[in-house]
Write a protein that binds this ligand. Sequence first.
Ligand code: ATP
Length: 266
Amino acid sequence: MHDLYIIKLGGSVITEKEGNRFEVKREAIARISAEVKKALDEKEFSLIVVHGAGPFGHTNVTEYGINDGVFDEKQKEGYEKTGKDCSFLDSVVVEELKKAGIEAVSFDPNGIVKQDERKIVEVETEGVEKALEEGKIPVLFGQMVPDKKLNFSVMSGDAVIGFLAKKLKAKKVFLGTDVAGIFEEDPKKNPDAKRIEVIDKGTFGEIVKRVGEAGTVDVTGGMKGKLEKMKAMLKGTTAVIFDANKEGNFYKALVGENVEGTEIRL
Ligand code: ATP
């Protein structure tokens, strides 16, 4: 197998997360899919695509009160709706990837991931590995998954990236979001905030204290949650966070060109 890269299409990029609307940004997905295809045509690498859920996950989970488990009837209804909505979003992502000529194959995390109190304890990766061997592009996404204590809980795309990166020895992780990396303060609240170029073992603790959660509805902790999930699992794999709304950034990242963003080396 070639070097393995994992990319994340942030919920803030592919949905109307900021306006908190259940809408898919199909054009953004199509543009990114074309960038990924161009990179795949020019360079040999294996690839896993992970995407966030935006309101399809976060807002449903908040509305139905299922962040602490699924027990009563209303929560069961919320679990089903969230699962269905996240799968719908995934179907659009996969459709656009395929339209761009990418052999995408979806793996619903609900069937292959197990959690224990919101933490991933197991991912059955046989199917994903087989798909990679066949030159296909596995697609996973933020989704509700079985949980040992909570019946079902939210699994964020960021967490499964960390797990897969470690287990499948990914070479690099590229996280596309709607800001140009990690800043000293939320750049949406303070446009003058300074971008942090590199986060490493030495600076991680201090930076994570300063970084905020997402300003949007986000049950998995926004940027802070993202960093914590990286820390837990991203040992040895470099991750780069950048603005995926900026045309060309995904292409550049994948072919190894410099992209303005934050590099995380833990
Ligand atoms: P999802 O998790 O739904 O896939 P995503 O990966 O695109 O979404 P978010 O979890 O929404 O990303 O996190 C990005 C948001 O984090 C930005 O829109 C920004 O407003 C917010 N944020 C808070 N603090 C910071 C910070 N210090 N630096 C950068 N972004 C920050």
